[in-house]
Write a protein that binds this ligand. Structure first.
Ligand SMILES: *Cc1c(COP(=O)(O)O)cnc(C)c1O
Length: 405
């Protein structure tokens, strides 16, 4: 494969000089996209089963989204939160109906949404005079983002250690150890924070026993529950939230990724009880909820509500899971197939990196999390035909990548 085109190499040379080197990029430059496919300038075509890490939910080059944001750009893009505009309330009303939490705070990323939830969990207790009720209980293998607060409840030492000291009073529970978790939650716990399906941690759904224990611990101690649905939410797994599947009743929810379908949008959803502590000046964001971001979220939420899309993505998910389970029977190298809807992890008995590379060579985009897990986060617009095209490429890649090691 030609990865050394003039364009690719000049972009790489310039980036090597002028871009902070925090990403390990695959050496390819994409020029345009169409539906579930991405194209290079040389016309090479890739089937996208990672959708920009769960973001491009409506696929690429979506005409409805493109038309709406270009019309919005011609009308009004940004006025700041000094003034009203018509769209925040419109998005918030839909989100309230879909999440069961009444109030939204708009920001620009998942980490900011998490940060907002963490801050207002403490704000809730502070306003009751409980200034020492500040503990956060998070989970091992959790990923909540890169800002200092979100990083403090992120588990992986590789992410944390270079930036210590982080915020104090964070403890981590093992999602498979209910007794250990119970011992950590007490009346000094401000909030429990959980990803209903751990994304970066290897596509691991919260076990049913732990979901029940979380609800019980909140009832027992009054601790607030923050659901980080940045990756698992916004319909990624079928229902709007994976919390709904688990029977979790969060007080705060962080949303991001798919919600803007490619335009940066983060939202923290609040129960009225937690929101009651907020006063003007407590928090804010210059860009948060601007007209461009809200327009994109509206297009996404409308598309998500379409019965045709609901049906086609359920069919695609079913085909994907059944195909992967059949593949697992053929290939002992597949240890587990996990996830829900269009958030899927294929856990291997070996490093998944060579498999991801082999898939790329075959024109299929996927990625690796948690060393051994191939993660699939396809756009919601994929069809069963796209799944049928992806499965043999993935199988070949697993066979090829697995034998390299
Ligand atoms: C991606 C992710 C984040 C961080 O989102 P950013 O938009 O990168 O800040 C937080 N939590 C979870 C669960 C995520 O998957």
């Amino acid at each position: 494969m030609n990865t050394s085109s003039t364009l690719a190499s000049s972009v790489q040379e310039l980036e090597a000089l002028h871009i902070l080197q925090v990403y390990r990029r695959t050496p390819i430059v994409f020029e345009r996209g169409e539906g579930a496919h991405l194209f290079t300038a040389e016309g090479r075509k890739y089937l996208d089963f990672i959708s920009g890490v769960g973001v491009a939910a409506l696929g690429h080059g979506h005409t409805g989204l493109a038309d709406a944001i270009s019309a919005q750009a011609r009308t009004l893009l940004h006025t700041s939160n000094l003034f009203y505009h018509p769209l925040q309330a419109e998005v918030a009303t839909i989100l309230a109906a879909r999440t069961g939490l009444d109030r939204a705070f708009f920001c620009n990323s998942g980490a900011e949404a998490v940060e907002t939830c963490l801050k207002f969990a403490r704000r809730h207790w502070f306003s009751q005079g409980l200034t020492t009720r500040t503990k956060y209980v998070a989970f091992t293998h959790a990923f909540h983002g890169r800002t200092m607060g979100a990083l403090s409840v992120t588990w992986d030492e590789h992410y944390r250690a270079p930036f210590a000291p982080l915020i104090p009073n964070v403890v981590f529970a093992d999602p498979n150890d209910v007794a250990g978790f119970d011992a950590l939650v007490d009346d000094t716990t401000a909030a429990i924070i959980v990803e209903p399906i751990q994304g970066e941690g290897g596509v691991r759904p919260v076990p049913a026993a732990m979901a029940a224990a979380i609800e019980a611990a909140c009832a027992r101690t009054g601790a607030l529950l923050i659901a980080d649905e940045v990756q698992s939410g916004s319909g990624r797994t079928g229902p709007f939230l994976y919390s709904q599947t688990l029977g979790l009743t969060p007080d705060l929810i962080a949303l991001g990724k798919a919600l803007g379908a490619g335009v940066p949008v983060g939202v923290a959803m609040f129960s009225n009880a937690v929101a009651a502590a907020a006063t003007p000046g407590d928090h804010g964001s210059t860009y948060g909820g601007n007209l461009l971001a809200c327009r994109a979220a509206l297009v996404f939420l409308e598309a998500l509500a379409s019965p045709a899309l609901t049906e086609s993505r359920a069919a695609a998910s079913e085909r994907l899971f059944s195909g992967l389970r059949e593949m697992q029977r053929r290939l002992p190298i597949i240890r587990d197939v996990r996830g829900a809807g269009l958030m899927v992890g294929v856990d291997l008995t070996c490093d998944a990196a060579p498999v991801v590379a082999a898939a790329f060579e075959r024109g299929l985009l996927i990625n690796r999390t948690s060393t051994t897990v191939v993660r699939l986060l396809p756009p919601y617009i994929i069809t069963t035909a796209d799944v049928d095209a992806a499965l043999p490429l993935l199988e070949d890649a697993i066979v090829a990548g697995g034998t390299v090691q």
